[in-house]
Design a protein around this ligand. Structure first.
Ligand code: 5AD
Ligand code: SF4
Length: 440
C-alpha cells in the first residue's frame, strides 16, 4: 500500500514540476514514506532520516542549496510530534490520509525560516476524491487501492489506529482509475486494501456489491489482462469471491490469506474472530472451486502467552495447508495495542527459535511448489529487465518470479509462454516457447 501511496504522491506532484529521481542525493524534495506495522520498520525510519540529514540535507546546504524533507505514511501518523521533536530539521510530516495536501504543505515550507508543517488529520472527505491527477509512467503491473483501514482490531495490530476505520472506495472512482492505468499501458492490476475482501459498495443495480462482483466488472475492461487482490481476512471470503476464482479467467490463481496462528487459544487472544478450523474450511472451499490455486499467508510467532503446544499447532496447520509462499514475523510490541500490555510476553530467544521453525517449513514448501513448474509452460507477464544482459523478469499466474533471456528489445508488458527449466526457492528460470508462434 505504501508503494501505491508513493506513486500517487509522485502523480500529485507532477503538475507542480516534480519528477521522480532514482537517487535522493540531489533531490529538491525527499518524501520518506514509512511503515509502522512492526518496530523494525519504525527504527528504519529514524536511521534513514539520519542518513538523509547527513548525506543530502546538510551536504546540499553547504553548497547553498535547499532540499525539503517530508515524512509520510503510518510512522508520520502515529509519531508526528515525536518526529518533529527528534528531527526538528524535517520540514513536513504528513499522514496516510492527508497526503493529498502535500503540494499545499510544500508551498508553505520555508526552509530558511524552518516553519515545519504537520498534517496528520483523518479528513471527512476521503483523499481519493483529490487524487484525480495525471499519472506518471507505471510498470505493466500496478496497484490500485480500493479499500483502506480496518475495523477488525486484532490485538497486535496498529492498522485500525494508523489507517482508521474501514472505508470502501466508490465503484466509479475505482473503474476510472483502472481505465487510466490501462491507458498508460498497465496490463495487470492488484487491488489493494488492508482488508480488501471487506470492500463493498452500492452498485448501479442498487444492490451491494462485494469484491467478487467488482472483479467481474473490472474483468470486462479491454486491455486489462490480469487481476489480483491483497490482502484478505478469512471471515470476508464470501461465496461470490470464491466463485470468481473459478469463473473469471483474468483473476489470477493466487490467494494471500493470513491466519497468523494455528492455535485457537492464540487466535482468541489475538481477537481474530475465527478459529483454525474456520480457516481450514475456507481454504478447502477455495480449493474445491479452484484446485490449482496458490495459497499464501502471514504468521506471527511469539504472541504473548504462546506456548510450545500453540506453536506446534501453527506448524501443523502450515504442514497441512501447503503454502506456495508465506510471510512470517516475530511478534512485535506495538504501543497502544491491547497485546502490548500483556504480562506474559514471550522471550526473544524463544521467538527466534519458533520463527526459524516456521520459516524452515515455509521455505521447503515454497521450493516444492516451484519445483512442480519444471517442464511446464507458464504464461508470464514481462515486468522489467533483469540484471543480466538480455535478461527479463516476469511474473507467473501463481505470483512466482520468472527469469528468461531474449534478444528482443521490447518485451516489457507482453505476455509470453515460457517453458520452465529450473526452479529455486524464490524464482524460476526458463526459455521462450516457439518464438515464431508468439506475438512478441
Ligand atoms: N507483530 C508482528 N507482526 C505483525 N503483523 C501485524 N502486526 C504485527 C505485530 N505487532 C503482521 C501480520 C499481518 C502483516 C501485515 O504483518 O502477520 O498480517
Ligand atoms: Fe491488522 Fe489485518 Fe487484523 Fe485489521 S485484520 S487489525 S489490518 S491484522
Amino acid at each position: 500500500m505504501n508503494f501505491y501511496d508513493s506513486e500517487k504522491m509522485a502523480d500529485l506532484l507532477k503538475p507542480h514540476g516534480y519528477e521522480i529521481d532514482i537517487c535522493a542525493d540531489n533531490a529538491d524534495l525527499i518524501v520518506l514514506n514509512t511503515c509502522h506495522i512492526r518496530e523494525k520498520a519504525v527504527e528504519k525510519t529514524y536511521s534513514e532520516l539520519g542518513r538523509i540529514r547527513d548525506q543530502v540535507k546538510n551536504r546540499k546546504e553547504k553548497t547553498g542549496k535547499q532540499s525539503i524533507v517530508a515524512v509520510a505514511g503510518c510512522v508520520a501518523q502515529a509519531q508526528g510530534k515525536e518526529i518533529m521533536k527528534r528531527s526538528p530539521w524535517v520540514d513536513i510530516v504528513v499522514g496516510p490520509q492527508s497526503y493529498q495536501n502535500l503540494p499545499e504543505l510544500i508551498a508553505k515550507v520555508d526552509p530558511i525560516k524552518k516553519n515545519n508543517q504537520i498534517n496528520i488529520d483523518f479528513p471527512t472527505i476521503p483523499k481519493f476524491d483529490y487524487l484525480e491527477s495525471e499519472m506518471n509512467k507505471r510498470e505493466p503491473s500496478a496497484f490500485l487501492t480500493i479499500q483502506e483501514g480496518c475495523d477488525k482490531f486484532c490485538a497486535f495490530c496498529v492498522v485500525p489506529y494508523t489507517r482508521g476505520a474501514e472505508y470502501s472506495r466508490p465503484i466509479k472512482s475505482i473503474l476510472d482509475e483502472a481505465k487510466k492505468l490501462i491507458d498508460i499501458g498497465v496490463k495487470e492490476i492488484t487491488l489493494l486494501g488492508q482488508n480488501v475482501n471487506a470492500w463493498s459498495y452500492e452498485g448501479r443495480d442498487n444492490k451491494i456489491w462485494g469484491l467478487g462482483r467488482l472483479i467481474a466488472e473490472l474483468a470486462k475492461l479491454k486491455g486489462l489482462k490480469f487481476i489480483r487482490y491483497t490482502t484478505s481476512h478469512p471471515l470476508d471470503m464470501d461465496l461470490e469471491l470464491i466463485e470468481a476464482h473459478r469463473d473469471i479467467s483474468k483473476l489470477m490463481p493466487y490467494l494471500h490469506l493470513p491466519v497468523q496462528s494455528g492455535s485457537d487459544n492464540i487466535l482468541k487472544l489475538m481477537n481474530r474472530k475465527h478459529t483454525a478450523k474456520d480457516y481450514r474450511k475456507v481454504i478447502e472451499k477455495v480449493r474445491d472451486f479452484k484446485p490449482d490455486i496458490a495459497i499464501s499467508g502471514d504468521f506471527i510467532v511469539g504472541f504473548p502467552g504462546e506456548t510450545d503446544k500453540d506453536h506446534q499447532e501453527t506448524l501443523n496447520l502450515i504442514k497441512e495447508i501447503q503454502y506456495s509462499q508465506a510471510y512470517s514475523f516475530k511478534y512485535s510490541v506495538r504501543p497502544g495495542t491491547p497485546a502490548a500490555i500483556s504480562y506474559n510476553q514471550v522471550n526473544e530467544e524463544v521467538k527466534s527459535k519458533r520463527l526459524y521453525e516456521v520459516q524452515e517449513i515455509l521455505r521447503e514448501q515454497q521450493l516444492k511448489f516451484n519445483l512442480k513448474s519444471i517442464n511446464s509452460a507458464i504464461k508470464v507477464l514481462v515486468l522489467r529487465n533483469g540484471k543480466k544482459s538480455n535478461q527479463y523478469l516476469g511474473r507467473s499466474p501463481f505470483n512466482q518470479s520468472v527469469y528468461f533471456s531474449s534478444g528482443h528489445k521490447n518485451l516489457i508488458g507482453s505476455t509470453i509462454d515460457i517453458n520452465i527449466s529450473e526452479a529455486f526457492q524464490n524464482s524460476l528460470t526458463g526459455k521462450i516457447i516457439n518464438t515464431n508462434n508468439q506475438k512478441l
